[in-house]
Design a protein around this ligand. Sequence first.
Ligand code: SAH
Length: 200
Amino acid sequence: MVEEQLRPRGIVDERVLEAFLAVPRHEFVDPALGVRAYDDCSFPIGYEQTISQPFTIAFMVQALEVAPRSRVLEIGTGSGYQTAILSRLAHDVFSIERIEQLLDAAEAVLARLKTGSIRVKLGDGSLGWRSYAPFDRILVSAAMTGRPDALIEQLAEGGRLIAPISESAEHLVLFTKRDGRAAAQRIARCAFLPLRTGAA
Ligand code: SAH
């Protein structure tokens, strides 16, 4: 996966590549998939949700520039795979998921594996996690419509936020915060499942 799917497509950050080597993707998908768990695609994880394609996660995580001291907020825990990757790169990861069954399953896998510091919460991640803010890095794993103002507010000075935003087309947008203002930059086209707000 690392040598065939990630490195040749421009994932060159060795810390990111090491994290992908260390986290067993097969633990986060249906055991019936076997070695196909490392294929170049997303897979259903139930509740109409998917574990993202490895390259998509690697691209976002590399662009996020997570540092060993970073406190990272993730919106959309899903399978917990990306949470585990982030925890190997960051100081602390805070992850929010709105579907309880997915969160329970992710927590169980993450507890079994050797990961860094992870705290999870059930709820609507579009509101962020005020009691732990500000965050140095924020990564959104479901498509938002419009600017993520509540999350930008919880982003630290010098922080980076990446979110899929769908307007006429869907793009991964990188927000960087300087002097209290967030500048937006489209970094790729993408296709994510929609972020849902309100009760699950
Ligand atoms: N990175 C995850 C992606 C999971 S798909 C993985 O690879 O496993 C996106 C996830 O976002 C889904 O689990 C979905 O339930 C969750 N989600 C959607 N809207 C949300 C919201 N408002 N708050 C928190 N999680 C949300």
